[in-house]
Design a protein around this ligand. Structure first.
Ligand code: MLT
Length: 322
């Protein structure tokens, strides 16, 4: 009996190794938990184009939206651990949501980290109708509003929502949130003057700022962004210390073979080392992760550290979700 069990295990292991060996043999899906046209979608599509060269297979972006990105991540968690489903996410979906939603999955133990991706500071932007030319004037305008100003987000727990909570925390200004399925559509409504502000990812708003369709007041970092050097930091603009960087990453379902994770990691590192890809991403205000932070283990450690850092503030905000 023992011999039969060992033989079966050997066959399974051989099968797994053979599958890892021939991986990938069909298109791979990257689940982006926010709507098309937003910052997560934009980065995923730029990477997918370049990763297909290393992997020799197409990577398809599928937008599965809702509940601050937790629905799309859930879809990935419950996918077969065979390397053909990748979860694209960030500080919101793979950290914050764990402190807000009853997810039905564990962000650390039900997913395997693949690679840390570029990050970007947030940017405080408003509709053009706001008569403010500096952050100080904008804060005065927000405080003078009879009702809580309307802030667009990508749903409770999303990066733009966590940034809004943090903004309320440091300014004492109460905001009313309007959730969208991504900051892509939220930005459209800001350009149209339907909402008052977004504390958005720089990579999402920067082109509309450059086009003069929205107003930018400051970025949430202590150093200016090279590709947006005309926009002051919060420290320069009068909200010292309001620092927030939204980082992204790739994960796969728990149980995905290590060899396959190594192949996906290598393809990601290749893409992030490609000068044309870097130029595209840096032009959006995105900053590359340090080289020594590109291992799957580094993402795992970083995610745990961010959970320890952000969950207390998020829990204190007592976010209500249906
Ligand atoms: C998006 O792609 O829409 C964003 O990542 C959403 C967010 O977290 O603010």
């Amino acid at each position: 009996m023992r011999k039969i069990v060992l033989a079966v295990l050997a066959v399974l292991a051989l099968g797994g190794a053979a599958r890892a060996e021939s991986y990938p043999s069909r298109p791979i899906t990257i689940i982006v938990p926010f709507s098309a046209g937003g910052p997560s979608d934009a980065m995923a599509r730029i990477l997918a184009e370049r990763m297909k060269i290393t992997l020799g297979e197409t990577l398809l972006v599928e937008n599965v939206t809702g509940a601050g990105g937790s629905i799309g991540v859930g879809r990935a968690v419950h996918s077969p651990p065979d390397g053909y489903t990748i979860s694209f996410g960030h500080l919101g979906t793979h950290v914050a949501n764990g402190a807000i939603y009853k997810l039905g999955y564990d962000l650390v133990t039900d997913l395997e980290p693949v690679a840390l991706l570029p990050s970007n500071p947030m940017i405080i932007v408003s509709k053009n109708a706001v008569p403010a030319k500096s952050l100080k004037e904008f804060l005065d305008w927000l405080r003078a509003q009879p009702k809580p100003p309307i802030a667009g987000t990508a749903g409770a727990g999303s990066g733009s929502h966590i940034a809004g909570l943090y903004f309320e925390n440091v300014t004492g200004i109460k905001l009313q949130y309007v959730p969208y399925r991504g900051t892509g559509p939220a930005l459209n409504d800001l350009v149209a003057g339907q909402i008052d502000l977004i504390v958005d990812q720089t990579s999402n708003s920067i082109q509309q700022v450059r086009a003069g369709n929205i107003r930018a007041y400051a970025i949430t970092a202590n150093k200016r962004v090279e590709s947006a050097a005309d926009i002051p930091t919060v420290d320069e603009a009068g909200l010292p210390g309001f620092h927030m960087t939204l980082w992204s990453g790739l994960w796969v379902p728990k149980g995905t073979p290590k060899e396959i994770i190594a192949k996906l990691n290598a393809a990601t590192v290749d893409a992030l080392s490609d000068p044309a890809v870097r130029k595209q991403l840096e032009n959006l205000g995105l900053q590359m992760p340090p080289k020594d932070q590109l291992t799957p283990e580094a993402l795992g450690a970083w995610q745990k550290a961010e959970i320890a850092k952000w969950w207390p503030m998020i829990r204190e905000a007592n976010v209500k979700v249906d």
